[in-house]
Design a protein around this ligand. Structure first.
Ligand SMILES: Cc1cc2nc3c(=O)[nH]c(=O)nc-3n(C[C@H](O)[C@H](O)[C@H](O)COP(=O)(O)OP(=O)(O)OC[C@H]3O[C@@H](n4cnc5c(N)ncnc54)[C@H](O)[C@@H]3O)c2cc1C
Length: 495
């Protein structure tokens, strides 16, 4: 059985958030015990009540978690999940689902205590339809376990490779609407999900989807994609899979400006070429991680699949790059990136030194990306104690792309939280003001809740209405997605 990976050492079990926490009575805990394995020890409940949100990594070093759950349950079947939901709903106890706890926005943090449902006891492939290329998998399955079995026993791949591949679960991919590094070829998770089994707040079990396409009203599967545990508990996922690619090819180019590189990516995609990986690094990131000289903007390209299709894709890529007089750097940069692309050790090292480090990823139409690139870096660098704000393009679509900013600051210890909030306010508001969205794939969690109403406008009311219908007692992951909570408002930002 694969387990969650702790983000950083936890040096205590205190709670950072003040305010209301729902206490669990002895009878309720006995009832949980009767349903499935239940743990109420302070060490365990503290450890499972945090994720990779950089702010809570700082708190962990100070001996705090954001908020401790009162109990952690580990159901092993849909029936047990259903029983837990029914108990929580009847007792009006908050119920927060956690998978790999690799979220970077605090989405799996149980903001008002209550029950944390660790879904990782439900692991493994249930069945595979080899003819159609559809795999039915349990939600607590981690990326490598899914891919290794699919590749070795079925010659299939789902093609979903987020940087957190080793530490995230299938249910978490779906609940956060994730994107893998090969998304330009295989799509993001919403393209891969063929159907779901979901336990609703009152314990009812429903299934959605199940066919390649449908005209049966709105697609209910999409309602749970990106719902971050607020609308239901995902207990099984059907994913579309592809034949394992027989061939792959890699190449890289250096562009004189990031804007040239952006326009080249747009032209490549608009001409219909969809290389699995198309990543453009600005000059600062190219120098930091891709061997650039401080002026070059590196474009990394990788494709895989049928050789005839790769030939066509790489021809288009090269045509476009040549038109911008980009120098061809061969494949070694991509080989290097493949080697270090999932290494996160710098994050922990810098956090231990007191740096504020985080990433902000957004999507926007091609026509807005240049302005966003400049505005976000300028806004963040204007924040006191800011040290760096850099960018790369990581996922491309017919109509736009994802820009992924990495930022760092070195505030004095007592200003870490205020600096973190100021950097997010500056960066995220600059994105929204210039036509970008709130998040491309990291989601909302605790951290981005304060921007939701601004980003969605009146459409947020529709989300609120859906929440009331599906979860009238508001027990599922309260306050996330800025949904109204009967337990109180979001405790973040604390000041
Ligand atoms: C170093 C690093 C790199 C990352 N790179 C990427 C990347 O490339 N692409 C990307 O998309 N993300 C990335 N992430 C973010 C994170 O890994 C993803 O959001 C991931 O999908 C979360 O999965 P998880 O199993 O860890 O979910 P958790 O963190 O445990 O939970 C996340 C949210 O999903 C809900 N949830 C989890 N399981 C279920 C379920 N079964 N039913 C209902 N709700 C559920 C939780 O309640 C919570 O709201 C990265 C994170 C890190 C730390």
């Amino acid at each position: 059985m694969t387990h969650a990976t702790p983000p950083i050492e936890l040096t205590g079990t205190a709670e950072h958030f003040a305010g209301h926490s729902v206490a669990l009575g002895n009878d309720f805990i006995e009832a949980l015990h009767a349903v499935c394995p239940t743990d109420v020890s302070i060490e365990t409940t503290a450890d499972v009540s945090r994720d990779w949100w950089p702010m809570s990594m700082h708190w962990a070093l100070a001996g705090e978690v954001p908020r401790r759950a009162g109990a952690v349950v580990r159901p092993a079947s849909t029936a047990q999940v259903s029983d837990v939901a029914r108990l929580c709903n009847t007792a009006k106890v908050p119920l927060t689902v956690a998978g790999g706890r690799s979220g970077v926005c605090g989405a799996s943090v149980p903001v008002f205590g209550g029950v944390l449902l660790d879904i990782t006891a439900m692991q493994g492939i249930v069945s595979v339809d080899d003819v159609s290329g559809v795999v039915h998998v349990l939600p607590g399955t981690f990326g490598p376990d899914l891919e290794n079995e699919l590749r070795s026993h079925h010659a299939l791949t789902v093609g979903h490779f987020p940087q957190s591949f080793d530490i995230a679960t299938v249910g978490g991919w779906v609940a956060c609407r994730g994107a893998g590094q090969y998304s330009t070829r295989y799509g993001t998770i919403e393209d891969m999900v063929a159907g779901l089994e979901v336990v609703l707040a009152d314990g009812r079990v429903i299934t959605t989807g199940g066919s390649p396409a449908a005209a049966m009203g709105p697609d209910l599967t999409q309602l749970f994609l990106g719902s971050e545990g607020t609308m239901g508990i995902i207990t099984q996922v059907s994913l579309r899979a592809h034949p394992v690619p027989p061939e792959g090819r890699r190449t890289a180019y250096a562009f004189a400006t990031f804007e040239d590189g952006l326009e080249a990516c747009r032209q490549i995609i608009r001409r219909g070429a969809t290389p699995a990986v198309l990543r453009l690094y600005d000059a600062a990131e190219s120098a930091r991680g891709q061997g650039g000289d401080g002026t070059q903007n590196m474009l990394l390209v990788l494709d895989e699949g049928d050789p005839a299709i790769i030939d066509a894709v790489m021809t288009v890529v090269d045509d476009v790059a040549c038109a911008f007089a980009a120098s061809n750097l061969g494949s070694s940069l991509v080989d290097g990136w493949m080697h270090h692309r999932n290494d996160t050790s710098a994050l922990q090292a810098l956090t231990r030194k007191g740096f504020v480090v985080d990433t902000l990823e957004i999507a926007a139409p091609w026509s807005k990306l240049g302005d966003i690139f400049n505005a976000v870096r300028a806004a963040m660098l204007a924040v006191p104690h800011a040290r760096a704000a850099t960018c790369h393009l990581s996922h491309s679509y017919l109509d736009g792309a994802c820009l992924y900013f990495t930022f760092a600051a070195t505030p004095p210890p007592h200003e870490v939280e205020a600096t973190y909030v100021a950097l997010w306010d500056a960066g995220q508001r600059a994105v929204l003001a210039h036509g970008g969205n709130l998040s491309h794939h990291h989601g909302i969690g605790i951290n981005r809740g304060r921007f939701m109403a601004e980003a969605l406008g009146p459409a947020h009311d529709v989300l609120v209405a859906l929440k009331h219908t599906l979860d009238p007692n508001g027990i599922l992951n309260p306050t996330k997605l800025a949904l109204p909570s009967p337990f109180g408002p979001s405790p973040w930002p604390t000041a």
